[in-house]
Design a protein. Structure first.
Length: 109
């Protein structure tokens, strides 16, 4: 079992360019945790499965990326160029870690 990401832990593994500052990162982690807890069937929010820890950081990164998408459907590159990106605040990969399925399609547990 694991614990939720702290700001320091998230900073250590967040990809370098374009990462949020400490205050923004704390807010992203708080929002991500609240949404992961709301979506997850796990009762103990302080001792979580490893997949929930992974989902916590990835969901925070997805929220951050979704903020940067421009209305024209692209996201700005460092050189001023834009490229297309469709960002979903809670994507299928995050949801799959929070509610894993059995081979029969139902949730585990």
């Amino acid at each position: 079992m694991a614990t939720w990401y702290t700001v320091e832990e998230a900073q250590a593994v967040w990809p370098g360019l374009g990462a949020p500052d400490v205050e923004q990162l704390q807010e992203l982690l708080d929002v991500s945790k609240a949404e992961c807890v709301a979506y997850s069937p796990v009762a103990d929010e302080n001792d979580i499965p490893d997949g929930h820890r992974w989902a916590h950081l990835k969901h925070a990164q997805n929220i951050w990326n979704a903020q940067k998408v421009n209305p024209a459907g692209g996201i700005g590159g460092l050189d001023g160029s834009t490229f297309a990106l469709q960002a979903f605040p809670m994507d299928w990969n995050v949801r799959a870690r929070l509610r894993p399925r059995t081979v029969f399609g139902g949730p585990i547990g």
